[in-house]
Design a binder for this molecule. Structure first.
Ligand code: AMP
Length: 373
């Protein structure tokens, strides 16, 4: 999606991906290599004007190898901070963001101490290499604790209080290279930084299933923007950055950040003035940023583990289909669709049609999303 956004800007992209069937091949040349192959990272860096990444488990060492040869945005500092959940939570709380109670855990004794402090239920997570609910377990009692310790105890861990949140949401912002001139249109502009509207997210088994932007009030939007702005400033950030939050008792608790374009911003391709992908490219190339306002009511469905019928889906008004050309496998995101509509009522009606067509958990997830529970 980043590569596709580069085409109308006149950019030519070169990709590095370990997969033999990388979907980026549709948008440019792919060097097939592991992310920890520093020689391959260097080979890429020597051929480009500017580099970026869209996956935060790229090793910091590869990022540093690239940085030594060409500009890399965001840099290895932001990448490194996002790779360790303990460093990430410490950073977020040092910026004044509220976070769920948490403790680093390096031994069984520390786990028991941490549980004494946060109590059941709690969530045990590996500090590194977790995404889409991988490397984590909810602990409700001693049996869960034993099972989780068997599974995860070999890695450095973090224990967090389980948050019985009202909703999950994310704020995506983009910060230009310093000195970039700004236009002023829709969306929120602060210096060289812009934010899309807070997006409500619903997960199924730790994997994002639905995203609905523009449903939170201005006070929450401003609170989230303050946190993302501080994080960007602290990291001297260039590009798109995402912070995921829990809404709990009317307040935002920061869960984690991603130094990259984010799945909860895929709706921006079809429903915002400028997409997260285009704005990320504009930012890293030192170009003026585009507007981040919503142009229409939007709702994104993630296709996890397989695709519904494309042809039937396309018969729904305002449906935008995005297929990644990836082989279907349980738990794998293989595409998404964004519904756009001129009114909230039309969006709901079409969303119900799409949820019924997609089947599985979608009707129930959509029901809870639209009723606000
Ligand atoms: P993460 O990998 O931290 O984004 O976690 C994936 C999903 O697990 C989140 O989007 C939540 O739905 C859930 N989750 C993670 N941490 C917590 C927590 N402390 N309390 C409640 N749910 C959580």
């Amino acid at each position: 999606m980043l590569g596709l956004a580069g085409v109308p800007l006149g950019f030519r992209c070169l990709f590095l991906d370990p997969a033999a069937d990388a979907c980026a091949a549709a948008a440019g040349e792919v060097l097939q290599a592991a992310f920890d192959d520093e020689a391959a990272a260097l080979a890429l860096a020597r051929r480009v004007d500017v580099a970026t990444f869209d996956f935060e488990n790229v090793p910091e060492s590869s990022a540093r190898a690239v940085e030594a040869v060409c500009p890399l945005y965001p840099g290895s500092k932001a990448l490194g901070a996002s790779q360790d959940r303990l460093v990430e939570k410490d950073l977020l709380s040092s910026l004044g963001a509220a976070v769920p109670p948490y403790h680093g855990v390096a031994s069984r004794a520390e786990l028991l101490d941490a549980l004494d402090s946060v109590g059941y239920p709690a969530v045990l997570k590996t500090r590194r290499f977790g995404y889409d609910g991988k490397g984590q377990a909810v602990l409700r009692d001693g049996e869960d604790l034993e099972r989780a310790w068997q599974q995860l105890g070999d890695s450095p861990l973090i224990l967090e209080a389980f948050v019985p949140f009202q909703a999950e949401c994310s704020l995506i912002g983009v910060r230009g290279r310093q000195g970039t001139t700004q236009g002023t249109t829709q969306g929120t502009t602060r210096g060289t930084t812009r934010f899309w509207p807070l997006t409500r997210n619903v997960h199924a088994r730790g994997i994002l299933a639905l995203s609905l932007p523009g449903v939170f009030d201005d006070a929450l939007q401003r609170e989230a923007e303050r946190i993302v702005q501080r994080l960007m400033d602290r990291l001297e950030y260039t590009g798109v950055l995402t912070v995921e939050f829990f809404l709990h008792q009317g307040r935002l608790l920061a869960n984690e950040f991603a130094p990259r374009v984010h799945n909860s911003g895929h709706w921006t391709i079809d429903g915002a003035e400028c997409s997260q992908f285009e704005n990320h490219l504009r930012a890293i190339a030192g170009l003026p940023l585009g507007g981040t306002g919503m142009t229409r009511h939007s709702l994104m469905f993630n296709w996890i583990g397989g695709l519904p019928s494309r042809d039937a889906a396309l018969a729904i008004d305002g449906l935008h289909w995005h297929e990644y050309g990836k082989q279907a496998r349980p738990g794998r995101k293989v595409g998404h669709a964004t519904l756009t509509a001129p009114s909230d009522a039309a969006l709901r009606e079409n969303a119900e049609r799409l949820a019924a067509l997609a089947g599985g958990q979608f009707p129930e997830l959509l029901g809870s999303l639209l009723s606000g529970t």
